[in-house]
Write a protein that binds this ligand. Structure first.
Ligand SMILES: O=C(O)CCC(=O)C(=O)O
Ligand SMILES: [Fe+2]
Length: 524
């Protein structure tokens, strides 16, 4: 699961260096071997030249006769020895032994990384062709993808049953293939996937055309022949083709060149999330908050009767009223951030979510990140940071959870959710015995180059991470019921690495605390 956090991916770069070194050594060994064979070849050639010039004269010499026999027996055995010498397995074995030390991603990682890319493509409406050119939002970020790279993305999507992205990426692979002088994948391999997924997306006629293309390359492709008949029958039933055998003559069917996915009707895989459209708009920064709401928002300095805050008041910015959501600026220092990151890294685990039925914690595709928990007692910096949250909010930190540190990798995200436990989630937070999560404090411990906003789909509110600041809101109404308007999400990270940490504050002990300026019941 290395793909879920950027910090874990960093190890992969050392793995790559190691592989480069191994491959280089292997090639050198092979080159030495081939050089040796070439030397034998030259020797044999020159001897042959000499012998063939005048065979009789050559063999009249007993030494020559002896040498000829030797060359074809003992010497040739040596040549064969070098020819069959196989240094490959030893090198592969050597690399395998390194696997324990080096970090190697698994096939699931490859799938996860491909899924993350598809998620970014959908959320940020990235054009397949632009992405394949290494461009993100108009800026060139990486090298171009080869037809083979695009094909692999299509194959991963296909294996996930996602025919929508299979068509997009196989289509791109096909167009790239045509332009490639050194082919990185075969046309047959592309067409097999592309034809079938095009059919699965409901484009029977185009699927038939692509199948014809495939049959031109492999005329007796059994599956393609079966599919061709099936597609033709379907089209006949639909009245698209009339006569039997009308499209049967493979060579007469011309495909629109180049193949263009824009001419197909494609539908994204269906989704359980009703607010997806609004959520993704907010992630893209397209949807703006109601200007009337925005116009009433203010900034203030907070002192809260905390002596230190009189010297250096906390800068508070209102992000939303009803429910009140605020941003505090410069509430965690770079030093503190470094400590927290350093402590968290070795403990990182794939983030989990609570199963609403069993109460068990388990990984889920809607939350992709790595997280770790830090206790206040562990380090002075963690202690101070926690105390600061208490000082600013006026809430009791004795009934707050440990600090949860989170790192999101590329495509890492957390889809819309509530931080509080809903009524049916009876097992949530049972072990803590402190009641529900009354409030959320979210530290931003990094800037994010692109993407990665915290968004509230019901409020049309997007908060953009700013290193050193924190967001704070109440999750519960004064009567203890969850406030549904606090539903929020972490948008997928497009570029960069996103670090946050959560301090979740619970109900117990907060009954008589009415922090200055932030009344308990302002969360309405
Ligand atoms: O990372 C974010 O922006 C939000 C994180 C979040 O909502 C959570 O961890 O519960
Ligand atoms: Fe959350």
């Amino acid at each position: 699961e290395v793909f879920t956090a950027v910090v874990d991916m960093e190890g992969l770069v050392s793995t790559e260096l190691e592989l480069v070194r191994h491959l280089d050594n292997y090639i050198q060994a092979e080159e030495t071997r081939l050089k040796q064979l070439r030397k034998y070849l030259e020797e044999y050639e020159s001897m042959y030249q000499e012998a063939s010039a005048d065979v009789t004269k050559y063999l009249a010499n007993p030494i020559n006769a002896y040498l000829l026999v030797k060359r074809l027996t003992a010497d040739w055995k040596q040549v064969e020895g070098v020819m069959t010498q196989n240094v490959g397995p030893a090198f592969v074995h050597n690399i395998t032994q390194h696997r324990g030390v080096l970090r190697f991603p698994s096939d699931e990682d490859l799938n996860g990384a491909a899924v993350a890319l598809m998620r970014l493509q959908d959320t940020y409406k990235l054009d397949t062709h632009a992405l394949a050119e290494g461009k993100l939002l108009g800026k060139k970020y990486s090298r171009e993808l080869t037809a083979g790279d695009c094909w692999e993305l299509g194959r991963q999507s296909y294996n996930n049953g996602d025919h929508y992205h299979t068509v997009l990426w196989m289509g791109e692979a096909l167009n790239k293939y045509e332009d490639e002088s050194n082919k990185t994948v075969s046309r047959q391999d592309i067409l097999e996937y592309l034809a079938f997924s095009t059919f699965k997306q409901g484009n029977v006629k185009e699927a038939l055309q692509l199948t014809h293309e495939l049959l031109k390359i492999v005329p007796f492709h059994q599956r393609a022949l079966g599919n061709k008949k099936y597609y033709e029958d379907l089209l006949r039933q639909q009245g698209v083709i009339q006569r039997r055998g009308e499209t049967g003559d493979v060579d007469n069917v011309v495909m629109d060149e180049p193949f263009n996915t824009a001419n197909l009707k494609l539908t994204k895989p269906s989704d359980q999330l009703p607010e997806r459209e609004n959520y993704e708009k907010l992630c893209r920064g397209e949807k703006l908050m109601d200007p009337k709401v925005e116009g009433r928002l203010r900034c203030r300095l907070v002192t809260n009767n905390v002596p230190f805050f009189y010297i250096q008041p906390i800068k508070m910015e209102e992000a939303y009223h009803k429910p009140l959501i605020v941003i505090y600026h410069d509430v965690i220092s770079d030093d503190e951030i470094e400590t927290v990151k350093k402590m968290a890294q070795p403990r990182f685990k794939r983030a989990t979510v609570q199963n609403s039925v069993t109460g068990n914690l388990e990984p889920a595709n809607y939350r992709i990140s790595k997280s770790a928990w830090l206790k206040s007692e562990e380090h002075d910096h963690v202690f101070k940071v926690t105390r600061r949250v208490g000082d600013v909010t006026g809430l009791d930190m004795a009934t707050a959870e440990d600090l949860q540190v989170v790192n999101y990798g590329i495509g890492g995200h957390y889809e819309p959710h509530f931080d509080y436990a809903r009524k049916e989630e009876v097992n949530a937070f049972k072990d803590l015995g402190w009641g529900n999560r009354v409030a959320t404090w979210l530290f931003y411990m990094s800037d994010v180059e692109a993407g990665g906003a915290t968004v509230f789909p019901k409020l049309n509110l997007a908060l953009w991470p700013q290193k050193g600041s924190a967001a704070f809101w109440y999750n519960l109404h004064a009567n203890g019921e969850g406030n549904e308007l606090t539903r929020h999400a972490a948008c997928p990270v497009l570029t960069g690495s996103k670090w946050v940490s959560n301090k979740w504050i619970h109900e117990r002990n907060q009954e008589f605390r009415h922090p200055c300026g932030l009344k308990y019941d302002t969360g309405m």
